[in-house]
Design a protein around this ligand. Structure first.
Ligand SMILES: Nc1ncnc2c1ncn2[C@@H]1O[C@H](COP(=O)(O)OP(=O)(O)O)[C@@H](O)[C@H]1O
Ligand SMILES: Nc1ncnc2c1ncn2[C@@H]1O[C@H](COP(=O)(O)OP(=O)(O)O)[C@@H](O)[C@H]1O
Ligand SMILES: [Zn+2]
Lengths: 259, 259
């Protein structure tokens, strides 16, 4: 009702809202989100990143804005501004350093409110943040399917979802489990990003094997979507990303912009 | 009340119950759980593995038992038997191939029951599975802190928790967030396992850099607990583990048994 209209109002000047998902944690979903956002900004697009991975908010730090106090105005909350003008909103800004995201739940119903409260945070990040005019708003989802239904409900104009996977069968199975739920929520798969596709050896410089498997190819075929990029694991990029400088992802952005 | 007594009764013949945790997904928590269980079984211990990571149940497959139908008897549910006689219980056995774990929640309260239902599965795996006499029951927890309070409540005799981390600052921060909650729940840190500590290059054979950082050393110092093992990423071990043969972890098991 009223909340949906508020979100719709707030996102009126956002041309495309795109979610980034993965089947399980640790495959580089935030790394890819930050790289994609940076590459789009380098191409002159106005970009926002909403970090909806509430328990492991890592995208903000990779975009060079972590722990910043958020400014609350009359008309809403100002997002933080990262490198190249990328606008960012994340629970990373709200949690005291090192504190987990914990709700003051009524003691006896400890488990009851967690899901409801988390869906509320996503709604607030969508509806109360002053995103302004954007070409692309990337929503970095938590791994799995927890926020799909809330996202589809609040953003009926969602362009679709970019799937991040590593080559392994374990990741293939985890994504397959999630894609069924995405389809049921009416969310389109825009493309697949294969990450940790081989390892750029810090000793011999060659491309060595890391994760065996062809998850990206099988997911692309099943979803009828293109592979947007295949990114190797580069130890130098890991140091840079965890230090606030997102990896170069020119190829992925070019494929993405073409969408 | 009655449920706690049921769990207590069921675990009476289990000498040590140990949880395995991580701060975020993808650091190798299940890989280490399967390797630890296998190494303990090789040392002649009777071992069980309870996969409490309901949305990404991967430990069972690494122990060579996936999708097996579970046998329900009058006195309880029979666990599956993996390599070297390791007893295993996992939602992997309950989910139809490729289906996500989804609850038939009342439509309007979609978020409300998820937490309560998930805590119920952990209680059932503890109280209704015929674990029998075990030297060690390993509980592979989901990443983060969600099940801590339920575990501490149902297993007051819990020996403690083994923390799995990769070297990165991101993993350090994620584990630090979780350790505060473990401390509040009265759970002791038994030791730290550093995983993906360097990469055994499939081309030049040398140990090359993978994740920069010293998370394991800092966590061990803060928790006053030993580093049980430091395991490099070995592409051959990844292929084996995803195919049902857990990695050799002799060093970790020896340090663990010594606990
Ligand atoms: N292609 C890559 N090259 C180098 N480091 C990477 C790459 N992809 C991910 N990483 C690193 O791996 C870790 C996990 O990535 P992250 O984006 O946090 O995963 P997720 O969001 O899927 O949990 C981070 O430390 C990140 O910097
Ligand atoms: N030390 C290692 N060497 C080789 N492969 C590993 C190692 N640790 C983890 N893996 C692989 O990495 C992937 C992620 O590990 P997993 O145990 O599923 O992580 P988590 O349980 O923390 O999400 C799996 O494919 C696993 O086989
Ligand atoms: Zn090499």
């Amino acid at each position: 009702g009223a909340q949906r209209r508020r979100v719709e109002e707030r996102l009126r000047a956002v041309r495309h809202t795109v979610a980034v998902m993965s089947g399980k944690g640790g495959v580089g979903k935030s790394f890819v989100s930050a790289a994609l956002a940076t590459a789009l900004a380098e191409a002159g697009e106005q970009v926002g990143v909403l970090d909806a991975d509430l328990h492991a908010p890592t995208a903000a730090r990779m975009l060079g804005v972590s722990g910043g106090p958020v400014e609350v105005r009359e008309q809403g909350v100002l997002p933080a501004i990262g490198a190249l003008g990328v606008r960012v909103m994340s629970t990373d800004f709200l949690l005291a350093d090192g504190a987990p995201l914990a709700w003051r739940e009524p003691k006896h119903e400890k488990f009851v409110w967690r899901g409801t409260l988390e869906a509320g945070v996503l709604r607030e990040f969508l509806g109360d943040v002053m995103w302004g005019a954007l070409d692309v708003l990337l929503v970095d989802l938590p791994p799995g399917t927890e926020r799909f239904s809330a996202l589809a409900e609040f953003v009926p104009s969602l362009a679709g979802v970019v799937v991040v996977t590593i080559p392994s069968d374990a990741s293939l199975r985890a994504v397959q489990r999630s894609l069924g739920v995405a389809r049921d929520a009416g969310i389109r798969v825009l493309g697949i990003v294969e990450n940790m596709a081989g390892y750029v050896c810090g000793r011999c410089g060659g491309l060595a094997p890391l994760f065996a498997g062809d998850a990206a190819q099988r997911l692309a075929a099943a979803a009828g979507a293109p592979i947007l990029a295949s990114i190797p694991f580069d130890p130098a990029a890991q140091v840079a990303a965890d230090g606030g400088v997102a990896a170069p992802a020119g190829a992925a952005a070019a494929a993405f912009v073409a969408l």
